[in-house]
Design a protein around this ligand. Structure first.
Ligand code: SAM
Length: 308
């Protein structure tokens, strides 16, 4: 396979390099913003699970504008180190930890955020139930930290896997936000169970005190509408977003999109600085990697199914 084969199979991967985004995920946030106008009036934003940083790049370009406004504060959090970005403060930390929430608040000098986004994904195992469960836990951790840092009326956007227990997550989110929508940008493959919850107008229950316990297990916030069956069942609208004329992420496009221009391979905008797969690549280069038991390509198939 040549270096251009991924460019051919994945139009958003190719466009990301052309437009200088660190990852194709940038288009997901851009298309969500097209639909929900997420960035309007935002001057303090938090990007949870931010590495390698394409969502932070979107925030930096969109919020700071051409005049690179110093008023705007953006905090990016990830377990992994991330190459620096203009106007973005990085915290290398775990979103399940209270200390991370405290560090974000310190950076905002006691003020709350207008917007929290989270594109968090765990390392996938290929066991769908386990992956969905861990993703749900990560989303709840993001919700927890959001309750510490988001201002009332603020918005929260997060990746969700539309697995069989997704209704329970919607119910939890509905406790904290007056509007919850499940959105699928054009740049997120249809073949992937990934979607994004767009939670608008943060309005926690009266007397709610933010904590880092798992709200799924906290029955003190069970309210009448938190039912999964019957007339009280919460139906969250599902919205396909992004201009319909935008590229379809499930299609393969010819390499020469513009007949007046010759196709030119571009390297990634910002290669990961310390990727978790570095050791495996080294071992494979030296032919020291243990042989797979599973049929070849099984891991690639799993990663592609999750759109990572
Ligand atoms: N939005 C990013 C972008 O546009 O470049 C891509 C995010 S990537 C799909 C998922 C990230 O979640 C990984 O970098 C991973 O390190 C991070 N992550 C997973 N669990 C985390 C945790 N508990 N705390 C902080 N980051 C976490």
């Amino acid at each position: 396979m040549g270096r251009s084969s991924k460019d051919k199979r994945d139009i958003y991967y190719r466009l990301a390099k052309e437009e200088g985004w660190r990852a194709r995920s940038a288009f997901k946030l851009l298309q969500l913003d097209e639909e929900f106008n997420l960035f309007k009036g935002v001057s303090r934003a938090v990007d949870l699970c931010a590495a390698p940083g394409s969502w932070s790049q979107v925030l930096s370009r969109k919020l700071r504008g051409k005049d690179k406004s110093e008023e705007v504060k953006i905090v990016a959090v990830d377990l992994q180190a991330m190459a620096p970005l203009p106007g973005v403060t990085q915290i290398q930390g775990d979103i399940t930890k209270i200390s991370t929430a405290q560090e974000i608040i310190r950076h905002f000098e006691g003020q709350s955020a207008d917007l929290v986004v989270c594109d968090g994904a765990p390392d996938v195992t290929g066991l769908h139930d386990v992956d969905e469960y861990i993703q749900a836990q990560l989303l709840l951790a993001a919700l927890n930290i959001t309750t510490h840092v988001l201002k009332p009326g603020g918005n929260f956007v997060a990746k969700i896997f539309r697995g069989k227990d997704v209704t329970l997550l919607y119910s939890q989110l509905k406790i904290f936000f007056s509007s919850v929508t499940c959105a699928k940008p054009r740049s997120s493959r249809n073949s992937s169970i990934e979607a994004f919850v767009v939670c608008q107008n943060y309005s926690p229950p009266e007397g709610y005190v933010p904590n880092m316990s798992n709200p799924l297990l906290d029955h003190s916030y069970d309210v009448d509408f938190n039912q999964l069956e019957g007339p009280n069942r919460i139906i969250v609208p599902f919205l396909a977003c992004g201009d319909l004329s935008a590229f379809d992420s499930d299609r393969t496009y010819p390499l020469q999109l513009d007949s007046s221009k010759e196709y030119q391979y571009l390297p990634p905008t910002q290669p990961p600085i310390r990727p978790p797969y570095q050791q495996a690549c080294q071992l494979r280069k030296n032919n020291l990697l243990a042989k797979e038991d599973s049929p070849s390509g099984a891991l690639d198939d799993t990663l592609s199914a999750l759109d990572l």
